[in-house]
Design a protein around this ligand. Structure first.
Ligand SMILES: Nc1ncnc2c1ncn2[C@@H]1O[C@H](COP(=O)(O)OP(=O)(O)OP(=O)(O)O)[C@@H](O)[C@H]1O
Ligand SMILES: [Mg+2]
Length: 330
């Protein structure tokens, strides 16, 4: 079973307006609202692919009924931790002329008791041999070692950890040897830059902005991750794990909505780990190649969906055989 933790969920609100003019008022005829956040989307992807998933998130008291009803309606299993602060909102303004314009509230600070309960639920619900994903941002003023604490607690419960977090949440967790980390390219650069500040020897090395995705993945492994996948939009992704370095991509970029592609990739990586015996990571190139093939196909299938969330297994089946994979030096 895969437990997906969303530390900073949101009510995703979409306003559809034909034309937006800054400084003017607009009548909004069409509004949709749903339970959102990257871990929620990861659970939606897993559910749509028939993989057993449970979404875990702290949700404000007043928002709990809405979240529960929305997730139930979409067939997503969930455990919502009661939070005494309101759940944030993310507003997407969709007009005819632009891509969506997003307004993401930061998320109200949560008392430590909430994180204590979340970590307790990771230990209880994770289930030895299972996989935990942690995705997205943290609410304002969250402890910078929160994800590190979650990682340690999961490991003590025998649960493997996939992290799709960035900034201090990622850099502070690497020392706890998460099984897999999945930043995108700019998140990987930002995380490694922050780590390098504390390491004068590193500043002499090649600038990170010039480093290949595989090179960035290798540096994340050297910093403590058991394996790292660095995603790079339509260019695909790169993996470093043990002595294996691979790149995987689709020969032709897809047109569509890339929002949520990273969540689908995280879902695919977690599903692949969950298929392995506990305590195991793939230990050969062929096994990792299959993990990446699934990662590229699921994430590309997400680009074909109008909103982040479920993907179509038919798209995945069609895309899987088209994924290109090569071994790289790094
Ligand atoms: N246009 C595209 N065509 C095909 N595949 C794509 C495209 N965009 C993204 N992907 C796939 O999705 C993966 C993840 O994309 P990306 O690197 O943009 O993630 P991200 O920045 O974490 O996204 P998000 O956090 O918004 O979900 C890529 O590695 C690639 O496999
Ligand atoms: Mg992402």
């Amino acid at each position: 079973m895969i437990l997906t933790l969303t530390p900073n969920p949101a009510i995703d609100i979409t306003y559809r307006i034909a034309a937006v003019t800054l400084g003017e008022s607009h009548r909004v005829e069409h509004v949709t609202e749903r339970a959102g956040g990257k871990g929620i989307n990861t659970a939606a992807v897993l559910t749509s692919m028939g993989v057993d998933a449970l979404a875990l998130a702290p949700v404000g008291d007043a928002t709990q009924p809405f979240f529960a009803a929305d997730l139930d309606g979409r067939g997503i299993r969930h455990h919502l931790v009661r939070a005494p602060r309101p759940t944030r909102r993310s507003v997407a303004l969709v007009d005819d002329a632009h891509e969506a314009t997003l307004f993401n509230e930061a998320g109200a600070p949560m008392p430590d008791a909430v994180w204590h309960e979340v970590i307790g639920q990771v230990e209880r619900l994770g289930g030895a041999g299972g996989v935990l994903t942690v995705s997205g941002s943290l609410p304002a003023q969250s402890p910078t070692d929160l994800v590190a604490r979650v990682t340690r607690a999961a490991h003590e419960a025998g649960v493997r950890v996939v992290l799709d977090v960035s900034g201090p949440a990622l850099s502070n967790s690497l020392a706890f040897a998460p099984e897999l980390v999945k930043p995108n390219r700019s998140e990987a650069i930002a995380t490694l830059t922050a780590l390098n500040r504390a390491d004068p020897a590193a500043s002499a090395a090649e600038p990170l902005t010039e480093t290949s995705a595989t090179g960035l993945a290798r540096l994340l492994v050297e910093a403590g991750a058991r394996a790292a996948v660095v995603s790079d939009g339509a260019a695909g992704l790169a993996l470093a794990a043990g002595s294996v370095s691979l790149r995987a991509w689709l020969p032709k970029a897809l047109q569509g909505n890339p929002t949520g592609a990273g969540d689908a990739l995280t879902a695919a990586l977690a599903a692949s780990l969950d298929d392995l015996p506990p305590d195991r990571l793939p230990d050969d190139r062929e096994a990792w190649a299959e993990v990446l093939r699934r990662g590229v196909a699921w994430s590309a299938a997400a680009v074909l969906q109008p909103v982040a969330g479920p993907i179509d297994p038919g798209d995945v089946a069609r895309l899987l055989p088209t994924v290109e994979i090569e071994e790289t030096l790094s």
